[in-house]
Design a protein around this ligand. Structure first.
Ligand code: NAD
Ligand code: ZN
Length: 391
């Protein structure tokens, strides 16, 4: 991929197009923004492709403490480094990089442990600013500050990302940008949830609640781990046909279960409960259903979906005690971005991991609101947005 970066922008503000979310649920506005040069520990990135994830929809609609506007959303992307701030040696101008909402500082106890991807030096949190300097690099043409999103903000032709959130792709020719962006959030999250968080074993049974890109990537991950039965649960019956490409073997439509709870249907299909259940929608009631669908003794329920703020789970302590089941959360599929994205990339190059079928639509930045409509209506998996069109 040729990086056509404009000359002599280093150290200067760049004016470019971005899709700005001005208020909760309002169509994004394509407007000129000013992107300040990177500060120490940061890199300014020219975004090549970005794709839309359900988490963007959640924060686009958010009101209250999660609704921070104006804001530049987008967190699934790939780009090229335009310039770097002081003390940055890990990436340089022209490098192809994948930004990820999770950091990997490589130094803290968690980054050094095999058991966790929750960096302690730069912990996951909701913020409208850069992680290291607690300030924004975006302003609009009237000088008003625009907030960041998940430390990525990729719905802009240029963005600034802290180097702890960047993974360098050493051989850019191995991965087209409209596939690379999928490794930045959705596909990595789903595959990682099966591979790293659940550690799905060959021959096991899996149930996945919600068959968007995340749920289907869980299926793909479970398939790669050798699962024998992969049951998808979705209200949209079209998802079964689509899901077969990613290894789904069975399908349950909650609307067609009559009086039986979905968990009862899954227990019957798996002779007592699935070994691994994944919630990939973001609803407490589905987490309970997933937990109820798990096998006693060793069943694991993995929470992947992002629920409304303040939502709670309630379990009977007696049931937790006697069932022996476990429930775990999984951010970015338990993956450490810098360590594990290259492994997924290798599996894509080796034609083991599928990325192509996740991309159902491709469009230009000016059509981004159509991508929001398609994802809300359940009519797409991933819409890839190409950012480099000259306006
Ligand atoms: P999506 O909108 O593409 O897919 C959601 C799917 O859930 C759709 O197929 C829909 O039909 C189905 N669904 C909705 N309600 C349902 C119900 N009651 N029962 C069964 N199925 C139902 O979303 P996505 O991009 O795949 O994201 C899925 C979830 O994962 C979101 O909550 C998103 O925020 C979250 N997410 C989490 C992480 C993480 O790190 N943990 C990363 C990315 C996304
Ligand atoms: Zn995401």
């Amino acid at each position: 991929m040729e990086a056509q970066l404009p000359l002599n922008t280093e150290g200067k503000p760049i004016q470019c197009k971005a899709a700005v979310c001005r208020d909760s649920g309002e169509p994004l506005v394509i407007e000129d923004v000013v992107v300040a040069p990177p500060m120490s520990g940061e890199a300014r990135i020219r975004i090549i492709c970005t794709s839309l994830c359900h988490s963007d929809l959640t924060f686009w609609k958010a009101k209250g403490p999660r609704g921070l506007f104006p804001r530049i959303l987008g967190h699934e992307a790939v780009g090229v480094v335009e310039s770097v701030g002081e003390d940055v040696s890990e990436v340089k101008k022209g490098d192809m990089v994948i930004p990820v909402f999770m950091a990997e500082c490589l130094e803290c106890v968690d980054c050094k442990s095999k058991k966790s991807n929750l960096c302690s030096n730069v912990p996951f949190r909701m913020s409208g600013f850069m992680p290291r300097h607690e300030s924004s690099r975006f302003t609009d043409l009237s000088g008003e500050t625009i907030h960041h999103f998940l430390f990525v903000s990729s719905f802009s032709q240029y963005t600034v990302v802290d180097v702890v959130h960047l993974t360098k792709i050493s051989d850019p020719s191995s991965l087209p940008p409209n596939r690379a962006c999928l490794l930045s959030c959705g596909v990595s999250t789903g595959v990682g949830a099966a591979w790293k968080t659940a550690e799905v074993e060959a021959g096991s049974t899996v149930a996945i609640f919600g068959l968007g890109s995340i749920g289907l990537a869980v299926a793909e991950g479970a398939r790669l781990c050798g699962a024998a039965k992969i049951i998808g649960v979705d209200l949209n019956p079209q998802k079964f046909e689509i899901g077969k490409k990613f290894g789904l073997t069975d399908f349950v439509n909650p609307g067609e279960c009559g009086d039986k709870p979905v968990s009862q249907v899954i227990k019957e299909m798996t002779d007592g409960g699935a070994d691994y259940c994944f919630e990939c929608v973001g609803m407490a009631s589905l987490v309970h259903e997933a937990y109820a669908s798990c096998r006693k003794g060793w069943g694991k329920t993995i929470v992947v979906g992002v629920d409304q703020l303040g939502s709670n789970l309630t379990f009977s302590s007696g049931e937790v005690l006697t069932s022996g089941k476990c429930i775990m959360g999984s951010l970015f599929g338990g993956l450490k971005p810098k360590s594990h994205i290259p492994i997924l990339l290798k599996r894509y190059i080796d034609k083991e991991l599928q990325l192509d079928d996740f991309v159902t639509h491709e469009m230009e930045l000016e059509d981004i609101n159509r991508a929001f409509d398609l994802l809300q209506a359940g009519q797409c998996l991933r819409c890839v947005i190409w950012m480099d069109k000259k306006f």
